[in-house]
Design a binder for this molecule. Structure first.
Ligand SMILES: [Zn+2]
Length: 226
């Protein structure tokens, strides 16, 4: 197993949905089919590149899944338990299709809220209830979660530890170490081009960018009232 991996995170793919409004900032992580295919093609044959999907969009199954299968690639899908069957989103049948194709499914929470601003009751729904609903579909307890908007602090991490989560996926950018609890990811979006792939897949971020990321991660882990 490689000691360092790059995790590429996919949100919506293709034309923007007409059936629901995009969330704030979602247009920044919505990729065209060509960009998505480019990201996949660059991952073929690379055991140090992993792929995840967030948000449980209908495009996960309609566009993402067939193109993964064509290339013999696997991806981890993080779905929104409270959005199943909503316009533009996956339904339970879609989740089952992912599972049947051998794709692991984890939780992205309930309603795509910012987990830094949850009451205890909302946190129970976002983590506890979402995990129960998704676990009933997958047939096993949910152990992996992806944090909505990559927005976390000490309180969020404590809640996830208490819930027994084995892996927590962020959006911090840069490389990740396979055995670590927090897994940094890199979102693809409208800015994906050959230079983006070279920089992200081959870890060519400048030393200044790398240093900034390390500081930002430390701040996130520590901030928030105890
Ligand atoms: Zn999300």
């Amino acid at each position: 197993m490689p000691t360092s991996v790059v995790i590429i995170n996919v949100h919506g793919i293709g034309p923007h949905p007409t059936s629901r409004p995009l969330d704030p900032g979602e247009d920044q992580v919505w990729a065209s089919i060509e960009q998505f295919e480019r990201a996949l093609d660059a991952a073929v044959g690379r055991d140090d590149v992993r792929i995840t999907f967030d948000d449980g969009n209908a495009s996960d199954v309609e566009i993402g899944l067939p193109r993964l299968l064509e290339r013999g690639l696997k991806a981890h899908f993080f779905v929104l338990a409270g959005e199943f069957g909503q316009p533009g989103r996956l339904d339970v049948a879609g989740v089952r299709e992912l599972l049947k194709a051998g794709m692991p499914v984890g939780s992205h929470g309930w309603a795509h809220r910012d987990w830094r601003r949850l009451s205890d009751a909302e946190a129970e729904q976002e983590i506890g209830e979402a995990n129960r609903v998704i676990g009933e579909i997958t047939g096993e307890p949910v152990t992996d979660v992806a944090i909505p908007f990559g927005s976390y602090d000490r309180v969020v991490l404590t809640r996830l530890r208490r819930a027994g989560m084995r892996r927590v996926y962020t959006s911090d950018g840069g490389a990740a170490r396979p055995g670590e609890w927090l897994q940094a990811r890199n979102s693809i979006g409208p800015d994906l081009d050959a230079a983006w792939i070279e920089r992200v897949y081959n870890g060519k971020a400048s030393p200044i960018v790398q240093a900034r990321r390390i500081v930002a991660r430390r701040v996130k882990r520590l901030r928030g009232a105890p």
